[in-house]
Design a protein around this ligand. Structure first.
Ligand code: NDP
Length: 461
């Protein structure tokens, strides 16, 4: 039987990090590739996530850096900040990067459709605006995720709030902001806006932010928020948001009210599968609409794969990129491999930032029982002359039986840069002895990672 002729060997739905990588690698391997993107090339990371967020982090740090420079002999005149000027610069860079994504795909030979694609069946897609019908032998779902918000029935007045998507479009800064949530996005933006001079109140339903991270990291970040001037309200939910003459009045389930000009809901994200027609294609969805996949990113339909946030595995840009690359190498490059999700180093751009790889102390105790802990908390050298009391925290979680390092956790300046390197050691299966044999780089904060010699012993009260 002859195989039906398809328009494309591979059609990718979604021009974000995972989709673009997969499309480019498949096209370079000789496949005829089409990519549909309904908004702008680059996806969450480039357009309304990691990239503009990191610029906002940098913007928010300058004020404190300028103030601190006096300890190093600088005298600074009147300082002012123009948010609209910063936002224009940030968007120009985002535009440049988005164009690069577009160019790279095209130069690899892929065809781009600035349109929304929806499934008609497992091999057929309809482009929503042009109404064009496209067929493909293989299809990759790389539609990412979007901010989730409770419904107006669950939280009356929620329509008066913004999400992380809207943050990048704010041309002026509010005076007061309430941030709901205690995950990556809530913590990062609470610091960003506090650093830019906004009065920030963070309301979180748990007792310490960043659930799932090592407990010491959570405590350090929680304290860091307060030191940055953020008012942190824990074990509390929002119950109602009302517009008043004076901005927004936010009612809390502890009976209190917080007044704000902007309420940022950062209470999680959900997979972008609504209206995609996955049922028509035989693609099974799981909780919150995520596409269910195996380790090869295969969905329940034999010719359809999915990578990145839409699969809700580990929702990070570099992970989506690796998943997309592995898929394209396997299906089009003759090099089968799948991405190993163990020991992914990650950073939270709180201030100071978090760098973490491996498992937490409590997870390690649960899995392996006997664990050695090494930890240190110190005021970095740079802060000695500038009056900054912020401390750096570092922790190694080590399996007692074979001294294998199971987790490295850092809260401090440049933690993201340090953890990338520690991630290599972890991937190679480093032991505590390997860390000890490594000569320190002096003077640096990172050297503490290889000079911790004394096991931490819990205080007995
Ligand atoms: P997270 O899942 O990290 O955090 C969601 C937060 O909202 C949690 O604190 C959660 O509380 C709270 N929450 C959830 N549901 C409710 C509810 N119904 N009412 C009140 N609070 C609620 O999501 P984010 O949106 O912050 O980030 C999404 C993902 O994006 C991250 O997990 C990460 O993978 C990625 N990301 C990565 C970044 C980076 O690499 N630096 C930056 C930003 C995002 P609880 O803890 O109790 O569940």
């Amino acid at each position: 039987m002859t195989e039906p002729a398809y328009d494309f060997d591979l059609f990718v739905i979604g021009g974000g990090s995972g989709g673009v990588r997969a499309g480019r690698i498949a096209a370079q391997a000789g496949a005829k590739v089409g990519v549909a993107e309904e908004y702008r090339m680059g996806g969450t990371c480039v357009i309304r996530g990691c990239v503009p967020k990191k610029f906002m982090v940098y913007a928010s740090q300058y004020g404190k850096s300028i103030a601190k420079s006096t300890g190093y002999g600088w005298s600074v005149g009147e300082v002012s900040y123009d948010h609209s000027k910063f936002v224009a610069g940030m968007h120009a860079e985002v535009d440049r990067l988005s164009a690069i994504y577009d160019r790279n795909l095209k130069s690899a030979g892929a065809e781009i459709f600035n349109d929304r694609a929806e499934f008609v069946d497992a091999h057929t897609l309809r482009l929503k605006t042009s109404c064009k019908i496209i067929t493909a032998k293989k299809i990759l779902i790389a539609t990412g995720g979007r901010p989730w918000r409770p419904s107006p029935a669950e939280l009356p007045g929620v329509e008066n709030t913004i999400s992380s998507n809207d943050v990048f479009e704010m041309g002026t800064l509010p005076k007061r902001m309430l941030v709901a949530g205690g995950g990556y996005i809530a913590v990062e933006f609470a610091h960003v806006f506090a650093g830019l001079g906004v009065e920030v109140c963070l309301v979180y339903r748990g007792d310490t932010v960043l659930r799932g991270f090592d407990e010491d990291v959570r405590l350090a970040v929680h304290e860091g928020l307060k030191e940055a001037g953020v008012r942190v309200i824990t074990k509390t939910l929002l119950t109602r948001i009302e517009k008043t003459a004076d901005g927004l009045s936010v009612k809390l389930d502890n009976g209190h009210e917080v007044k704000a000009d902007v309420v940022l809901m950062a209470v999680g994200r959900q997979a972008n599968t609504e209206g995609l027609g996955c049922e028509a294609a035989g693609v099974k969805l799981g909780e919150n609409g995520k596409v269910i996949v195996d380790e090869w990113s295969r969905t329940s339909a034999p010719n359809i794969w999915a990578v990145g946030d839409v699969t809700d595995r580990v929702n990070l840009t570099p992970v989506a990129i690796r998943e997309g690359h592995a898929f394209a190498d396997t299906e089009f490059g003759g090099k089968p491999w799948y991405f190993d999700h163990a020991d992914i180093a990650t950073a939270v751009f709180s201030q100071p930032e978090v760098g973490t790889v491996g498992i937490s102390e409590s997870e390690a105790r649960k899995l392996y029982g006997e664990i050695d802990i090494y930890k240190t908390r110190f005021r970095p050298m740079k802060n000695m002359l500038n009056g900054d009391q912020t401390r750096t925290f570092m922790k190694l979680v080590v399996r007692a039986s074979d001294q294998r390092v199971l987790g490295v956790h850092i809260v401090g300046e440049d933690a993201a840069e340090m953890i990338q390197m520690a991630g290599i050691a972890m991937k190679m299966g480093a032991t505590k002895d390997d860390f000890d044999r490594t000569c320190a780089v002096h003077p640096s904060a990172a050297e503490e990672l290889v000079t911790m010699r004394t096991k931490w012993v819990p205080e007995v009260i």
